[in-house]
Design a protein. Structure first.
Lengths: 369, 278
């Protein structure tokens, strides 16, 4: 049993509220990513699970136990730090062994937990080291390891105690891009192999999208949305999530709802975008909205209603991003590399896929459709 | 082309010349002490006090040792120094740890008050301290010799600087591993800052071993005298034996010399720790 449940959890540091009324259930065995910009409270939330920060208000549960007042060492969790936090004066072997030295473990059935013997510790250390390919590095100290090797030692130190939940605080941010991509896959495999709850903090949406079972998006200490990556991407609950998830981000332009005999549309400056009349039934004429369309849902089409002037073209090899001016805003159109070339100064006629048009309330920033 | 190749060598030669000159300046007085120690005093004066030994008498060291009863005094100094160094290492480490890693009310203020005591020279506290020791009936005793030096603001300051270089994540990781503060101190904080701890130990040793004012103030019986006071007794004898004073000075400095040679690498690392990131 290793569900983690935040129930109205708040954390304040003096006047600053780092986490505000967080309610979030993380299922047993789930890979949950806490995603948000720096200062959004994601690391504080993780540190509260670890027991490294106290809970100011609310209840935090791990399994069926309220852990608000349980010490870090008694929570049966392991954490991988952004800095890896390896002890610099200890060898790889001693670093990995560290969580096994002082804590007590349930080893014998029906017997109270006890400390492990040296032989048991060494067996577990070898096993963890083998599973992460560290066997040849056991005598080295962290300073003599590459970034990727240090990261694996930190992972080995986390798995060696066989905890009921893993906490990871931006563990890939110190790796180069190639190694990061490789380690993402390894982490997903590790999660499948261990079948244990992972709570993973990152500001990198690629990590979140590629690894998570579910993503919890946080901003300014508040939970914005929680759901599977694709759902969060396809139906963002508010403007923050819409703009934060996706690269390049969703195009968002303010406009006004216009109802005509033929249907419903959004007026942007002097131009209109038709909406799906069924989906946008409740919107009254004259409602102020922010319309959002992802770059891949805009297409160049000679019959397009919207005219936008090309400002710049970014060539990325497999695709290109066309940045255009529209009603005093910049919008980005994603095109495959095979599409007809465009150049700055060209005026494009664009259409938006009606099924993928998002409308938000400009005041509350909440989703309207 | 060729000169460029040789330039580093010339630079090296120049550096060694400077370093050699500095070494001569520092070592010359030691050498002269040695010359005076083994020279027969009268012959040395008559020879015009040259910078080399005159009529060497190699038994000067053993004579100085027995004349000053240096054996007993070495023992007293060794006990006093050992206790002071051990106590200062313990108290400074614990205080520095608290000031670095623990949160408690008025932490900053307390630290500054602590540091302010560094500005008080021993002369300021000498008389009240002696009165306290006397009222405790600790004159002419080990407790009287060591009591005021069991804790030091300087050590606390130095070790705190060392501990501040330890990433907070290491403490967090250690907590998750199930270790308390004392275990973190022993397993991580001290080993990681070993050069700083070692250089502080040397500094504490030097200042304890070389104490003069305090033992002078709380010791009235010869058998409680430390080596530095014993040295004074040997120096104060007749001019006929003034070489023995020099000999005694060298004997007394021997433990320090050994310590510096043994720990020189640690000391250099400790004193430059924090100066270079890494």
């Amino acid at each position: 049993m290793s569900e983690v449940a935040f129930d109205g959890v708040t954390k304040r540091f003096g006047e600053v509220t780092a986490v505000d009324q967080l309610t979030l259930d993380i299922a047993d065995g789930e890979f949950m990513v806490l995603l948000g910009p720096s200062g959004c409270g994601k690391t504080t939330a993780l540190r509260m699970i670890a027991g490294l920060e106290t809970v100011t208000e609310g209840t935090l549960r791990i399994g069926d136990r309220v852990v608000n007042d349980v010490e870090a060492k008694d929570r049966d969790i392991a954490m991988v730090f952004q800095s890896y936090a390896l002890y610099p004066h200890m060898t790889v072997a001693r670093n990995i062994e560290s969580p096994l030295v002082a804590r007590r473990f349930h080893v014998d059935a029906d017997a109270p937990p006890r400390k492990l013997t040296a032989a048991e510790r060494s067996e577990r250390v070898d096993q963890a080291a083998r599973s992460l390919g560290l066997t040849d590095l056991m005598g080295r100290k962290p300073a003599a390891l590459s970034g990727g090797q240090r990261q694996r030692v930190a992972l080995a130190r986390a798995i060696v105690a066989r905890p009921s939940a893993f906490l990871m605080d931006e563990p890939l941010s110190n790796l180069d891009a190639k190694l990061r991509a490789q380690t993402r896959i390894e982490l997903v495999e590790l999660h499948e192999r261990l079948a244990t709850t992972f709570v993973y903090v990152t500001h990198d949406q690629v990590e979140a999208m590629t690894m998570a079972d579910r993503i919890a998006v946080l901003n300014e200490g508040r939970l914005q949305q929680v759901g599977p990556p694709q759902a969060v991407y396809e139906r963002p609950h508010n403007l923050f999530v819409a703009r934060f998830i996706g690269s390049p981000p969703m195009n968002t332009v303010p406009g006004t709802v216009v109802r005509t005999d033929t249907g419903v549309a959004v007026q942007l400056g002097g131009q209109r975008i038709d909406l799906d009349p069924v989906a946008h039934e409740p919107l009254a004429d004259g409602t102020e909205v922010v319309i959002g369309v992802r770059p891949e849902h805009l297409a160049v089409d000679p019959d397009g209603q919207v005219k936008a002037q090309v400002r710049a073209v970014e060539w990325l090899g497999h695709e290109r991003l066309v940045v255009c001016d529209l009603a005093e805003h910049h919008i980005t159109v994603r095109q495959s590399s095979g599409a007809e070339p465009v150049a700055p100064g060209d005026v494009l006629a664009l259409t938006a896929d009606p099924a993928h048009v998002h409308l938000f309330d400009p005041n509350t920033t909440e989703r309207l459709n | 082309m060729g000169t460029e190749l040789f330039q580093p060598t010339w630079k090296k030669v120049a550096w060694y010349a400077v370093l050699t000159a500095l070494a001569v300046v520092i070592l010359f007085p030691v050498y002269m002490t040695f010359v005076r120690a083994i020279s027969q005093p009268r012959a040395y004066v008559l020879a015009g006090q040259p910078p080399w030994p005159v009529h060497p008498e190699w038994d000067a060291f053993s004579r100085a040792f027995s004349l000053g009863d240096l054996g007993r005094k070495f023992l007293v100094s060794a006990v006093v120094t050992t206790v002071i160094v051990a106590a200062q290492l313990t108290t400074s480490t614990l205080a520095a740890y608290a000031f670095t890693f623990l949160q408690f009310p008025f932490r900053r203020l307390l630290f500054y008050v602590f540091m302010a005591t560094l500005m008080l020279p021993i002369e300021v506290t000498l008389i009240p301290n002696v009165q306290t020791i006397r009222s405790l009936d600790w004159l002419n005793s080990y407790p009287g010799l060591v009591a005021p030096f069991l804790a030091t603001a300087f050590g606390t300051f130095l070790l705190r600087q060392g501990f501040r270089g330890i990433p907070r994540d290491l403490l967090d990781a250690s907590q998750l591993d199930g270790f308390g503060h004392l275990a973190f101190l022993r397993r991580v904080a001290i080993p990681v800052t070993r050069p700083v701890v070692a250089s502080f130990a040397v500094i504490a040793f030097l200042s304890a071993w070389n104490q003069y004012t305090w033992p002078r103030a709380v010791v009235t019986e010869g058998r409680w005298e430390t080596v530095q006071i014993g040295l004074k007794t040997v120096t104060a004898t007749t001019a006929e034996q003034n070489n023995l004073g020099f000999a005694a000075a060298l004997v007394v400095a021997l433990p320090i010399l050994v310590l510096l040679i043994v720990l020189q690498r640690q000391i250099v690392r400790g004193l430059t720790a924090g100066a270079v990131k890494g």
